[in-house]
Design a binder for this molecule. Structure first.
Ligand SMILES: Nc1ncnc2c1ncn2[C@@H]1O[C@H](COP(=O)(O)OP(=O)(O)OP(=O)(O)O)[C@@H](O)[C@H]1O
Ligand code: SF4
Ligand SMILES: [Mg+2]
Length: 327
């Protein structure tokens, strides 16, 4: 493991120009991801998690009325400066992606064995029969029974959980250094959810991959991520090692999120406490802290000024009145 981060993002911004004005979906996010580490990105729906990671890997269209800014360094190199062919190669080889709905990444009319082998042929120089053999091995590795038979099937012949395993096999086939998983288990039932998260974690550890795991479930992030970045209204509002964020959250929004987590010690019928109020309209930004309308610690300053993310001993938080640290 080297000290240099595998991924460094500086001041990422994404704005969608709409009839209602510019929707600032990502508004100045910076972070580093260490080699072999898992970063959990959490936040309510609409906080910009997906747009952020998609923009990093060129999946946010920049054609009509979309502004994408910021610097993205992968192993120290600026990926926005790569020629299109080099960039495609990097995505195929070094960065794997798993989405919430596997059907968005699977080709419905191609046998799954071929789909897994395609990347190996394009990016790793495998011939067809070697790619076919490796596809079957990968299907076995991601826990699909009868992998030879399954390799000859189409996506619609499989359950949702099995399809997500196939999507993971495709994502890891070329042995990427970074795996991005955007809500990989949200569409699945609880038991399958755990199996898929276990599978991702096992692959990540065995291969020493770095991973970005997006989830709106703080419990999932708690058990799977080394570090956590909390997003609110397109900004990173708190970032720290997982244990620290749970022990000593500094930002009131994180505290509110933690309060909405059911505790293991609670009885089964405890209600989730939702955070009162709604996230702001991203096309109508005020000059103050975006969380102010929902924050019980708010002061006059919070309405007039936007808090920057400051770091204290590796713990970043964006708040004028951070919560006290327990000693
Ligand atoms: N093409 C687009 N045009 C305009 N606004 C968009 C577009 N794509 C996304 N947005 C807006 O950007 C914001 C961030 O969306 P994003 O999908 O990143 O949220 P998210 O945190 O991933 O939420 P979820 O947990 O629901 O997946 C949302 O307000 C969304 O409506
Ligand atoms: S800056 Fe003010 S409004 Fe924003 S989270 Fe901190 S206390 Fe609350
Ligand atoms: Mg999303």
């Amino acid at each position: 493991m080297s000290d240099r981060p595998i991924l460094s993002v500086r001041d990422a911004r994404v704005g969608f120009n709409t009839a209602r004005g510019t929707v600032r979906a990502v508004d100045g996010v910076s972070f580093d991801l260490g080699a072999g580490r898992t970063l959990g990105i959490v936040g309510e729906s609409g906080s910009g998690k997906s747009v952020l990671v998609r923009s990093l890997i060129g999946l946010v269209s920049t054609t009509t009325g979309v502004e994408v800014e910021g610097q993205v360094l992968f192993e120290g190199g600026d990926i926005r400066k790569l020629a299109p062919a080099e960039f495609r190669g990097l995505l195929g080889r070094d960065i794997g992606i798993v989405f919430q709905d596997p059907m968005t990444s699977l080709n419905p009319v191609m046998k799954i064995g071929r789909q897994i082998g395609e990347g190996l042929r394009l990016n790793r120089g495998f011939d067809r029969s070697a790619a076919d053999r490796r596809s079957v091995e990968l299907l076995a590795e991601v826990g699909i029974p009868e992998p030879e038979r399954r390799a000859g099937q189409y996506p619609h012949e499989m359950s949702g959980g099995m399809r997500q395993r196939v999507a993971i096999a495709i994502a890891i086939a070329c042995a990427p250094k970074l795996l991005i998983a955007d809500e990989p288990t949200t569409a699945l039932d609880v038991t399958v959810q755990r199996q898929i998260l276990d599978l991702l974690q096992r692959e990540q550890r065995q291969r020493g991959m770095s991973m970005i795991l997006i989830t709106h479930d703080l419990g999932v992030a708690a058990s799977r991520a080394d570090d956590i970045m909390v997003m609110y209204a397109g900004r990173a509002v708190e970032t720290a090692p997982t244990r620290e964020i749970f022990r000593t959250p500094r930002m009131p929004y994180t505290e509110a999120l933690l309060r909405s987590l059911p505790r293991l010690s609670d009885r089964t019928h405890t209600r989730l406490t939702a955070i009162p109020g709604r996230p702001p309209d991203l096309a109508r930004r005020t000059g103050g802290c975006a969380f102010a309308p929902r924050c019980s610690y708010r002061t006059e300053r919070c309405d007039g000024e936007q808090p920057a993310l400051i770091r204290e001993d590796g713990h970043g938080f964006a708040c004028f009145h951070p919560l006290a640290m327990r000693t």
